[in-house]
Design a protein around this ligand. Structure first.
Ligand code: FES
Ligand SMILES: [Fe+2]
Length: 438
């Protein structure tokens, strides 16, 4: 079980917390590049419990800094974004993207001390059409992680952000919890309704698969396996990658260049960031063999318009206030198992319904939760090793460990050497980022 003390360590992400300090060692995806327009309005960004301002200067460079002006703390959200800098509207002090004070017009020239003033600015890079922020100490800046999807150019990717109102950990755990798929998403499906080649068939014919779980260089991995007819096995691999990334098995392994982040905005709000290669092949066939549509498999995200609020970006229309759009008649008639039609919203509903931060000592973890348990332990041990011994967490010294990580499904003859099997599959997989790494 996870104790109350461990739960605190795992879920708190503010400055000075064990997990917050671990996450501050990594590059963090913070905004879609198009959210910031040259000389456009500054953007409120909440990251790891810190209130930040993002802006793009006249030359197109991005700055991300504490929202408080270092003069007397007026919010730089109100600032004028002009001529390669943010000018505070209170007394006109101006800052460049690196945080240097470049103008101090409220002070007589002979008393000017602008070279001594720095806004608290963080390092920024833009990759994959995303603005990434590094919030740790400058002398420990890590290389960019070699996460395959994040290395690709924007035009080869689909990038989606979606906010969730709960702690990052319970949101993330939805992605590495293989046993929920046959219930939350597919509990209403009768295998007899599906065509013989529909992959959902194996999932709903066996709703409690066996699986291997292990630590890996990038975090943790599971390999679930089920009988797939003709004596073959249907394998589904998924990963947790430090510090908040997942790869799910929902796609054909050779093409599954895909990564999902659960970025903590603060302890009780999380930004889902999905970076997906456009060459991947979708897993779920949502047509029954009689040609009708399988319900409960709605895709996509029904976003509200963004607002300038600290929590105003990439919100979804449904939430606790409308019971996540649950339709009790659809639930009762098993049109869908949950009564919620959209897959992302099904996960959103169950994880948000746990409360802002799940009460971990209240849980009864089962053998089927071993991936969740192991991932919590991996995170805890890494956060403690960093805090107590200064040990860099996975992927910092060796960013290339992420490149060996992929989720997805495939079929084989029966075997149990699942690690070798994984290596074999990866060697023949499509690697679109190879050209970027050369
Ligand atoms: S508070 Fe920003 S210039 Fe004075
Ligand atoms: Fe799910």
């Amino acid at each position: 079980m996870t104790t109350a003390a461990e739960s605190m360590e795992l879920t708190r992400v503010g400055p000075g917390t064990a997990m917050g300090e671990l996450m501050r060692r990594y590059w963090i995806p913070a905004a879609i590049s198009s959210e910031l327009v040259a000389d456009g309005p500054p953007l409120r960004l909440m990251l790891l419990g810190e209130k930040l301002i993002g802006f793009r200067d006249s030359a197109g460079r991005v700055g991300v800094m504490d929202h408080r002006c270092p003069h007397r703390c007026a919010s730089l959200f109100l600032a004028r974004n002009e001529e390669n800098g943010l000018r505070c509207v209170y007394h006109g002090w101006k800052f460049d993207v690196a945080g240097h004070c470049i103008d101090m017009p409220s002070v007589p020239p002979h008393q000017d001390f602008k070279e001594k003033v720095r806004a608290k600015a963080y390092q920024v890079t833009e990759r994959a059409g995303i603005v990434w922020v590094y919030m740790g100490a400058a002398e420990q800046t890590p290389p960019f992680p070699q996460i395959e999807a994040a290395l690709l150019p924007r035009e080869e990717l689909t990038v989606v952000f979606a906010q969730r109102s709960c702690n990052y950990l319970q949101a993330l755990e939805g992605d590495i919890d293989t046993s929920h798929f046959g219930f939350l998403h597919g509990g209403h499906i009768d295998a007899a309704e599906l065509a013989a080649d529909n992959l959902l068939r194996y999932t709903v014919e066996n709703r409690n698969p066996e699986y291997y779980v292990a630590d890996s260089d990038w975090g943790t991995t599971y390999a679930a396996y089920r009988p797939a007819g003709n004596g073959n096995l249907y394998w589904r691999f998924a990963n947790f990658l430090f510090p908040f990334w997942t790869q799910t098995p929902q796609g054909e392994f050779p093409y599954q260049v895909d990564i999902r982040a659960w970025v903590p905005m603060d302890d009780t709000h999380t930004m889902f960031v999905h970076i997906s290669w456009n060459g991947r092949k979708r897993a779920i066939g949502t047509v029954k063999k009689d040609g009708s549509t399988l319900h409960g498999f709605g895709f996509g995200h029904n976003h509200l318009p963004n607002t300038t609020d600290w929590y105003g970006r990439w919100r979804l229309a449904d939430g606790e206030a409308n019971d996540w759009g649950i339709d009790r008649r659809a639930q009762q008639s098993s049109r869908s198992y949950s009564g919620i039609d959209n897959i992302h919203m099904q996960d959103q509903a169950v994880t948000e319904s746990m409360g802002p931060i799940s009460d971990h000592p209240f849980e009864h973890l089962a053998p089927s939760d071993q991936m969740v348990t192991r991932t919590r332990r991996r995170l805890l041990l890494a956060a403690r090793a960093l805090r107590d011994k200064g040990v860099a967490p996975p992927g910092i010294v060796h960013p290339e460990v992420f490149y060996a990580s992929r989720g997805g499904f495939f079929f084989t003859a029966p075997r149990n050497d699942w690690r070798e099997l994984y290596g074999e599959q990866l060697r023949v997989a499509v690697r679109p980022a190879e050209k970027v790494l050369e």
